[in-house]
Design a protein around this ligand. Structure first.
Ligand SMILES: O=C(O)CCC(=O)C(=O)O
Ligand SMILES: [Fe+2]
Length: 329
């Protein structure tokens, strides 16, 4: 069956020049870090999204992660549902069924299911605690712990670069990320049939709540990014790359100099689409306030400072149906 989208959901078929590809090898091997720092700084200011290549994450690990993702989502609903996020209390991890999270709830129902995990800790506090890992498929826990570890390492390097690009010490943000909130998410977008309308598609328009996102997407495409003119630009899969975007916390830290860009996913491929976003925030109690190099006397900071964890929790309440129910009770 053919798939179409209503007019308001069309993206511009532009060259993905609009979302640039940055070779980050000179940052990772330290041969010319400032070249990468400058590129990243420019892109954060004007686009908020970039592809990175030569990112150093083992392609075999990524391939295995996708095989396990597919196998996990193929499990019967009853199996997946045993790990439902509603059983995870304030840790807020596990399986998120279709329609349980809608990131733009006023406009769109998200046509996706997810599985979230993070840094496994014995102690339970908001966004921390033991992961609800599935027993099946085998090796799920081992491979995904490696994947999470690889993403965390890469994120820390990119965040150093962001600090330097703002004229800050390289470890400025690392000091706020001694035990950061992280979420590694597995996403499944089932194929949609017929005309896709704005009421229901992959993931509604949103900005990411945290500091930085590193996204791997499969070969099916569907991610769209909104440019400053309000046009939706496709961010198609590019072999050997990962996508990086900055989140709301960076926009606050930089007094809007760096932008947390709206994006959405519409799966028009007619196939199962999978993606693997990794989200990193700050320590739960870390304060988010404008950095010294972005303060201006003539235009004082428009942001009150807030703590990372509180901000994130508010955004979760807005998008998770089970948290809204809890609050209403
Ligand atoms: O699946 C994708 O390509 C993007 C997912 C996304 O934007 C998110 O999970 O925040
Ligand atoms: Fe996102």
């Amino acid at each position: 069956m053919s798939v179409t989208v209503e007019d308001s959901l069309q993206s511009k078929t532009t060259s993905f020049n609009e979302i640039p590809i940055v070779d980050i090898a000179p940052l990772l091997d330290n041969s010319n870090p400032m070249k990468v720092v400058q590129e990243i700084g420019y892109i954060c200011e004007h686009i908020g999204f970039l592809y990175i290549k030569n990112h150093g994450v083992d392609e075999q690990l990524i391939k295995e992660a996708y095989e396990l993702t597919e196998a996990f989502f193929l499990l019967p609903f009853e199996e997946k549902n045993k790990l439902n996020i509603i059983h995870s209390g304030q840790t807020l991890r596990g399986y998120i069924p279709m329609y349980a999270e809608n990131v733009d709830p006023e406009n769109t129902r998200d046509f996706k299911e997810c599985f979230d995990f993070g840094q496994d800790t014995a102690e339970i506090s908001p966004f921390f605690g033991p992961n609800l890992m599935p027993q099946q498929p085998v090796h799920f826990k081992t491979i995904f712990e490696q994947y999470h570890h690889a993403m965390l390492g890469l994120a820390r390097q990119l965040i150093r670069a962001i600090g330097l690009s703002l004229g800050l010490p390289a470890d400025y943000f690392a000091k706020l990320q001694t035990k950061p909130i992280t979420i590694q998410r597995l996403l499944h977008y089932p194929p949609q049939q017929g005309e896709i309308t704005k009421e229901e598609f992959g993931i509604g328009a949103h900005t990411d709540y945290g500091f930085l996102t590193i996204l791997s997407q499969d070969a099916n495409g569907g991610l769209q990014v909104q440019n400053r003119n309000g046009d939706w630009v496709s961010a198609p899969p590019v072999d050997g790359t990962l996508i990086v975007n900055i989140g709301d916390l960076v926009q606050t830290f930089t007094n809007d100099r760096y932008i947390s860009t709206l994006h959405r996913v519409i799966n028009t491929s007619g196939k199962e689409r999978y993606s693997l976003p990794f989200f990193i925030d700050l320590d739960y109690d870390a304060k988010v306030k404008v950095v010294p190099t972005c303060r201006r006397d003539d235009t004082p900071s428009q942001y009150q400072s807030y703590t990372c964890g509180q901000h994130k929790y508010k955004r979760f309440v807005d998008s998770y149906t089970h948290l809204q129910t809890t609050l209403r009770e």
